[in-house]
Design a protein around this ligand. Structure first.
Ligand code: CA
Length: 217
């Protein structure tokens, strides 16, 4: 799952991006409103975390313009905590609002909830036959036995699980798992899929040649 963080304070941006990466997310960064709007429009993110007071274009304007083209979940994270700021943010199309200073555990819980809900998944556990994903602990069990996955294998499985029953294209996998800065090659997607398949055993994941991958419901 990939998150765009739009924040103009370099230290805050760095700390937040680091915390999100440690929690297993791929993270892209934008240091002003224009860059944030550009990236959020061009790429498909699972979530945008948006500051309000930003150079070049403020967060409310970023939101209003983004909402004309994309439904990406947006969490506003800002020092502006007045009721009218919250209302204006939510009315501009934000999905959630958290004031700085924030508790990291709460931020991460809201991030998980927003990503889950945008995929139509209300509960934090996803059960698919004998396969159980716990999106809070990012752990997987198969018939009750723990499966050891790398962070990226887990992210891949979660992406397929949130879209279960539908084809997920290699481009989508690429966009959701890899950061813009990363040197990565498209065949890495196939490598992760084949590793995941080996660890899960059975035939949970089907390849649709020329289209993508599918996790059966
Ligand atoms: Ca700011």
């Amino acid at each position: 799952m990939k998150i765009l963080v739009v924040e103009d304070e370099p230290d805050l941006l760095r700390l937040l991006a680091q915390a999100l990466r440690e929690s297993g997310y791929a993270v892209d960064e934008a240091a002003d409103g224009e860059e944030g709007l550009y990236k959020a429009t061009v790429w498909e993110y699972d979530l945008v975390i948006l500051d309000l007071l930003l150079p070049r274009l403020n967060g409310w304007d970023v939101l209003q313009r983004l909402r004309k083209v994309r439904r990406t979940p947006v969490l506003i994270l800002t020092a502006r905590d007045a009721v009218q700021d919250r209302v204006r943010g939510l009315d501009s199309g934000a999905d959630d609002y958290l004031a700085k200073p924030y508790h990291l555990t709460e931020l991460l819980a809201r991030v998980r909830a927003l990503i889950r809900r945008s995929a139509g998944q209300a509960a934090s556990e996803i059960q698919i036959g004998p396969l159980l994903l716990d999106t809070r602990s990012r752990t997987v069990t198969l018939s009750g036995a723990a499966i050891q996955l790398t962070p990226r294998e887990y992210s891949l499985l979660e992406l397929l699980a949130l879209n279960r029953g539908a084809i997920v294209t290699r481009t989508q996998i690429y966009e959701h798992l890899f950061e813009e800065q990363e040197e990565s090659f498209s065949n890495l997607v196939d490598v992760h899929v084949s590793n995941l398949r080996r660890k899960l055993g059975g035939d949970f994941i089907t390849t649709r040649r020329g289209q993508g991958y599918l996790l059966h419901d």
